[in-house]
Ligand binder design. Sequence first.
Ligand code: 6PG
Length: 470
Amino acid sequence: KPAQFGVAGMGVMGASLALNIADHGFSVAVWDRHPESIQKVQQANPKQALQGFPELEKFVAGLERPRRILLMITAGAPVDEMMGRLFPLLSPGDVIMDAGNSWYLDTRRREALCKEKGFHFLGIGVSGGEEGARNGPSIMPGGPKDAYALVQPVLEAIAARSEEGLCVTHVGPEGAGHFVKMVHNGIEYADMQLLAETYDVLHRGLGLDTATLADLFSKWNEGIAESFLLETTIKVLRKRDPETGKPLVDMVLDKAGQKGTGKWTVQVALDLGVPVPSIASALDARNLSSRKDERVAASKKLHGPAISLSSEEKKELAQWAHDALYAARVVTYAQGMRLIQAASDEYKWGVSLAEMARIWRGGCIIRAKLLTPLREAFKQQPTLPNLMVSEAFAPVLEKMAPAWRKFVGAATMAGIPVPVFSSSLAYMDSYRSPELPQNLTQAQRDAFGAHTYQRRDKPDAGFVHSDWLK
Ligand code: 6PG
């Protein structure tokens, strides 16, 4: 009997998704280049709801029509290659889904190509890692709505569920789904870096050991700061190295890797002229961390201050850190949301930010309690220019800002870098300033390059030039 759904690519994510789909009563055909990978996933499904096909032709022929084929393969050229192999085997009306972390403009191009050939194409962001894929990810599908309707029952069956409903919705046309997933990852980078900075200041600055930190973070995780990444951090801090008995995190080399979605987020933000300093600082922090040799050499040339906290700082630092973390996280999400809005405006995608907050509430890596008021803020005011000025968050930011400033101040005086805490604070301070010093920037531009400027007192006069140097 033909299978209802096809999954191509039996890596960790593909296999987990296939098993998840099968668990929900759909018959699934799976394909992979390596027969061993197919066997492995079939063994993991004792009910034998998975039919394995090492040959692509048979895999495609074994699917009910219109065929629904989800690709979970390496983003980039492999997706184009795979599509090229599939095209001659498909029939009009079949649906190809790309569930990898693909570049949204590739998704746009691929959708157009499929349309030309009479096929449907969906670019689907999937978040939640292996665990999420297996038991309920957050799913961000983009593409034609009629194509989405063809796969909606399957995606809804496998998606995570939160108290706010199913963590899947049609994000928008074209590359909207992959764009939103990319920004999700950008926020993920910034949130992870905020946690790393918190850990650093409290560990190196205040001298808290990993066990004490884990206890403190657990307390935080019971309140408004609750998040999956905080929970993961607690687990990481509690883990002991079986070989040495030391905290395992202490054994990990401090060079962060990356696969590119954070970099893309910053690149697109620059192109769209949307400031995302928290995400950019997080990316830079990873890039700087990877230059370990240089840092070790530099530490012998550039010396920082001795870490000595005042008794007030010692007493208050942990509480400041809590408030700073919450506030900076709000600012980070604000930047990500603003970026999604800008792309949605640019491409006329009609993305609902409230809905994005809702489908991120469960399953994904950046799921967090604050997404509930965040969703509410965009629900009440879909055209909110920035989350920071919402009725829900403006008072919270104002209340937490003093602690946040003290935290950044104490860390800075101790010579402990807090790039995302400080750049987020500067972003908020800039955004809330009716006056910025860019009057000087404009004057400089006009002085050295006759780039002209506008006068405050003559708004109708247009752009004027002065001779500044005489
Ligand atoms: C997810 C994750 C997942 C992965 C990214 C980021 O939502 O499940 O974001 O997509 O963690 O690939 O990884 P890097 O840190 O390696 O860039």
